[in-house]
Design a binder for this molecule. Structure first.
Ligand code: AMP
Length: 279
């Protein structure tokens, strides 16, 4: 595996592959890699000649300084894991390298960014779009892999690709869960053993609400989920919204598009997100 720490190294490495006509798959991550990331890597390997995984904790997508500082980091372990799993290129730049050109980009995603993560984390999606657009430009990847755990992020990135006509195919990968149902996340490392043991409630409550979907209206499902979380004092619900799976706007009744419930919840000072498709 090649490890590129500068944009020049990355571009030089990939130019050779593009000239040879090889297809390139990109997996953007913030590191502290886990099975969820590795499931995306596996898919990218199956579908491309060359796989690039970027590891960069992107400061401009954090609206909360403490969250940025406490974000888990273990680059050496990540590099070993990527090598072991057959990644071809790891792109591991410093913040000075990525933002030698200051992050002055201003993106707009209309209603997609006014809800949920967009309203809870002002500036978050502008920061995500800034790094992802730069990664697309530097890698000229044919395909890029994103996980459905960050459901709203996928909608925003698809819109970014549409707005700028970027010749990359966005591949959406399912949520990878631990055996007890908790969606794997770099942030899970920060949970105490005590909090980790109740974290699977998130998926359990959402699954329970899915099983009630034929007998409850969407607003009743929403109330059910909110009231279930109130029973556990360790959880602090930031939002649970049932939205149109394409427009991401809150729904009172099922329309022609799919229906998905998206949640952000705090547990022992750690912010976790998950979602549940209903229709
Ligand atoms: P992150 O490092 O958290 O920014 O995640 C990098 C990519 O991996 C994003 O596209 C995430 O949606 C995806 N990802 C993270 N956790 C999971 C998971 N449990 N299942 C599937 N994809 C995931």
């Amino acid at each position: 595996m090649e490890i590129c720490r500068t944009i020049n190294e990355l571009e030089a490495c990939l130019e050779v592959e593009h000239l040879k006509g090889k297809s390139v798959g990109l997996l953007p991550t913030m590191g502290a890699l886990h099975e969820g990331h590795l499931s995306l890597l596996q898919r990218a390997k199956e579908e491309n000649d060359v796989v690039v995984c970027s590891i960069f904790v992107n400061p401009v997508q954090f609206n909360n300084k403490e969250d940025f500082e406490k974000y888990p980091r273990d680059v050496e372990k990540d590099e070993r894991l990527l090598e072991e799993k057959g990644c071809n290129i790891a792109f591991v730049p410093s913040a000075d390298e990525v933002y030698a050109e200051p992050a002055t980009e201003q993106y707009s995603f209309g209603d997609l960014e006014t809800v949920m993560e967009g309203s809870a984390r002002p500036g978050h999606f502008n920061g995500v779009a800034t790094i992802v657009k730069r990664l697309f430009d530097w890698t000229k990847a044919n395909r890029a892999y994103f996980g459905e755990k960050d459901y709203q992020q996928i909608a925003v990135i698809k819109d970014l690709v549409r707005q700028f006509n970027i010749p990359v195919e966005i591949i959406v990968c399912p949520i990878f869960r631990d055996a007890d149902g908790l969606a794997t996340s770099s942030r899970n490392q920060r949970l105490s053993a005590d909090k980790r043991s109740i974290a699977p409630k998130i998926h359990q409550i959402l699954s329970k609400s899915y099983n009630l979907k034929d007998s409850l209206s969407l607003s009743q499902i929403k109330n059910f989920v909110i009231s279930e979380f109130k029973m556990y004092k360790d959880f602090e619900l930031e939002y649970f919204e049932i939205v149109d799976a394409q427009t991401l706007q809150p729904l009172l009744k099922k329309g022609n598009n799919g229906v998905i419930g998206c949640i952000a919840v705090w547990l022992g000072g750690v912010r976790l997100i998950d979602n549940q498709r209903y229709y």
